[in-house]
Ligand binder design. Structure first.
Ligand SMILES: [Zn+2]
Length: 100
């Protein structure tokens, strides 16, 4: 699915509220959900956490998850591609649909 940036933001706000650091994403490979807090709790800096948010499975740092999926290796498997105003496309995981 390809979404314009504004539409993607609108869906995130509708689902989780205006604070994007509270948005939840789901790994398309194993289904594990994560939010920014999960990465921070694993000891990452904010910059590192933001680079993995909605982009890599929590399993790349969390051995219990048992999944190493990342869009870095599999950009073709991105469930969503965000189209930025400058024309660039950013692959991203789907939002989590149900309540966490
Ligand atoms: Zn996964």
């Amino acid at each position: 699915m390809e979404l314009q940036y504004e539409e993607w933001c609108r869906q995130g706000v509708e689902r989780f509220g205006t604070m994007s650091i509270k948005w939840w994403y789901r790994c398309p490979e194993c289904g594990t959900p994560h939010s920014l807090d999960d990465w921070i709790l694993l000891g990452l800096t904010m910059d590192d956490a933001l680079s993995l948010l909605g982009y890599s499975c929590l399993g790349v740092l969390h051995p219990d998850v048992g999944c190493q999926f990342s869009l870095r290796q599999h950009p073709d498997k991105a469930p969503v591609k965000i189209k930025l105003p400058d024309g660039m496309e950013v692959p991203v995981f789907d939002f989590v649909e149900e309540d966490i």
